[in-house]
Design a protein around this ligand. Structure first.
Ligand code: AMP
Length: 292
């Protein structure tokens, strides 16, 4: 136990930073036939991340959390450089969750000199986020595939917060016959409805107020549908109006789509998903909701 651990009520989980180290540890866990849960994150952890961790700890014998800000899923004009990094605080949070192992590699570990093999993401990666962030899912799919291999995970936990990402991963697993099961966990929200996100810390107090509009727009959609409205154009317009009234700075998309293919719908049906991406100041926020 190091000095930091000795000062803590809860000892921090073992942290490894090298591919070979995690591979060796996890291969031996796998050989013992223990169920391995993986929670991939980019760190700056919040209750949303911790809900996935808790689900994994409940379901599995061994839980691995990865903390890696993945450069290949950011385009050059995005926030890779200033993305919040808080490994020490993350380890303190994870210490309370019975996590067995944290993998926090450097960029050079994951993408060593000469790295050039990428996953071509499935078709479901093309609309919405795929149109706004063209190489995003290629980077996500590639790093997630690598993390599955390195961790020998039986189950991997993702949040519904990143709805399209969870679909991309599920389709990749299906198409490539990967042995990892995917578990998608509900969105954790702030008391006023804003979906928790590491990027929320970029928001100034007035921007934080505006950011509530994403949830309000999803609520407006749900209310309209509950009251019998089925016309997707009308529901989408109402969502857009909510965002405009709150003066969000840019709307990337407001969509009502098939929950499995993300093809836009003209008629809202049970299970149709409503998705939003919008900018508040420089901060890009996403949120979604299944319409019952
Ligand atoms: P990130 O660190 O943003 O890459 O997120 C890591 C994982 O946590 C992803 O599977 C996200 O979907 C999930 N996640 C992020 N925010 C939330 C939230 N508010 N509720 C549930 N899961 C979340």
């Amino acid at each position: 136990m190091n000095q930091d651990d000795a000062n803590q009520e809860f000892p921090r989980p073992k942290t490894v930073v090298e591919n070979d180290a995690i591979r060796i540890v996890m291969q031996s866990v796998h050989a013992e036939r223990k169920k391995i849960g993986l929670v991939p994150t980019m760190g700056a952890l919040h209750e949303g991340h911790l809900s996935l961790v808790r689900q994994s700890v409940r379901d599995c014998h061994v839980t691995v959390v990865t903390v890696f800000v993945n450069p290949t899923q950011f385009s050059p004009d995005e926030d890779f450089d200033c993305y919040p990094r808080a490994l020490e605080t993350d380890l303190d949070l994870l210490a309370r969750e019975n996590v067995d192992l944290v993998f926090a590699p450097s960029v050079e570990q994951i993408y060593p000199k000469g790295f050039s093999t990428y996953i071509q993401p499935p078709d479901v990666a093309k609309p919405l986020e795929g149109e706004c962030r063209p190489d995003h899912f290629r980077g996500v799919a590639t790093v997630v595939h690598k993390l599955f291999n390195l961790s020998a995970a039986n189950v991997a936990y993702f949040g519904q917060k990143d709805y399209q990402q969870a679909l991309v991963i599920r389709h990749m697993v299906r198409d490539l016959n990967l042995p990892t099961k995917i578990c998608v966990c509900p969105i954790v929200r702030e008391p006023d409805g804003l979906a928790m996100s590491s990027r929320n810390q970029y928001l100034s107090p007035p921007q934080r107020q505006k950011a509530r509009a994403l949830w309000q727009a999803l609520e407006a959609a749900a209310e309209l549908v509950q009251s019998g409205q089925r016309d997707a154009t009308l529901v989408r317009d109402a969502m857009r109006q909510t965002l405009i009234a709150a003066e969000v700075d840019r709307i990337d998309y407001v969509a009502l789509a098939d929950p499995e293919t993300l093809v836009p719908v003209t008629e809202v049906k049970p299970g149709t998903v409503a998705l939003i991406a919008a900018h508040v100041g420089q901060t890009r926020l996403i949120d979604n909701r299944l319409l019952e």
